[in-house]
Design a protein around this ligand. Sequence first.
Ligand SMILES: C[C@H](O)[C@H](O)[C@H]1CNC2=NC(N)=NC(=O)C2=N1
Length: 95
Amino acid sequence: MTIKLTDQEISDALAQLKGWELREGKLCADLEFENFISAFAFMTKIAMHAEKIDHHPEWRNVYRNLSIALTTHDAGGLSAKDLALAHAIDQELGR
Ligand SMILES: C[C@H](O)[C@H](O)[C@H]1CNC2=NC(N)=NC(=O)C2=N1
């Protein structure tokens, strides 16, 4: 069972993360790319990383837009794994 972050831990983490916000208990970001292929190429890179760390995003892609929501199913909320994946996504974005 993965340990769920406390509200304080989440608040502290959000202060470190730019472009992410808490929505309905999930760590969310809305991204816009140059075109569909750029968005999908990004998703492919993140998919490979997610598989490597065995932690997967919930996401919705419409054309060049990608909405990401991170949560840890077996913690019933946010865990350190979500923060790590958010940082990996930001690194891939170069932000
Ligand atoms: C069986 C498999 O290891 C688990 O389902 C992993 C895979 N990826 C996961 N991803 C996310 N976001 N939350 C999980 O609890 C989770 N658990």
